[in-house]
Write a protein that binds this ligand. Structure first.
Ligand SMILES: [Cu+2]
Length: 203
């Protein structure tokens, strides 16, 4: 055997040995599209795994919802139950933060640069949608969607979404949209691969 051949053989042996080693099952992902029938954009749909083995903790750091240029940003904010949302006012005019949904809250009205926190820990039947409003500007509207686990994603304007880091298993995947409705769909996730699911939403 030439020197070159023995190098190739050694490399091949190493690759085979690595492949034969038992690796922990890699996470997969759920990706696909949402069609928001009749609307000019396919954005703002939240696709989420309805039930997964937990328990799941909210993130240690608060998530921010901004009020900027007279809009709630992001327009739709999905969070894991127990998450604290930091409501920030970035505008030179005072804004208010309240919701008429669920346990209802009104955090008051405050000026530019200040924040107030609210912890979403009262949801019992997921998903819990909180319409996010401002008493000063009735045209302002956003949404906080409280979910039971961190496996969710928001669709972009083309309707694409991707939920990363999903453990292998069979799930029901739900979809929530501010104006439209869609049926949950079953999906089976295999390690290291994207599973695909496509939703069509209607009235
Ligand atoms: Cu406002």
């Amino acid at each position: 055997m030439s020197h070159r051949h023995s190098l190739v053989a050694t490399a091949l042996t190493l690759v085979l040995a690595g492949g034969a080693r038992a690796l922990p099952a890699a996470d997969g992902s759920i990706a696909g599209t949402v069609k928001a029938t009749g609307l000019p954009t396919n954005a703002d749909a939240v696709v989420y795994v309805q039930e997964a083995a937990g328990p799941f903790k909210p993130p240690a750091e608060a998530t921010t919802m901004d009020q900027r240029k007279m809009q709630f940003i992001p327009h739709v904010l999905p969070v894991v139950a127990g998450t604290t949302v930091k409501f920030l006012n970035s505008d030179p005019t005072p804004h208010n933060v309240f919701s008429p949904d669920g346990e209802k809250y009104n955090l008051g009205t405050w000026p530019q640069g200040q924040t107030k926190d609210y912890t979403f820990s009262k949801c019992t039947k997921f998903p819990c949608a909180y319409t996010q409003l401002c008493r000063v500007h009735p045209e302002m509207e956003g949404f906080v969607l409280v979910l039971p686990n961190p496996y969710y994603a928001v669709s972009d304007k083309d309707g694409h979404f991707e939920i990363k880091g999903v453990p292998p298993g069979s799930y029901k995947v739900g979809v929530w949209h501010p104006k439209l409705k869609g049926q949950p769909l079953p999906v089976t996730v295999e390690g290291g691969k994207p599973a695909t699911v496509d939703f069509t939403l209607g009235k």
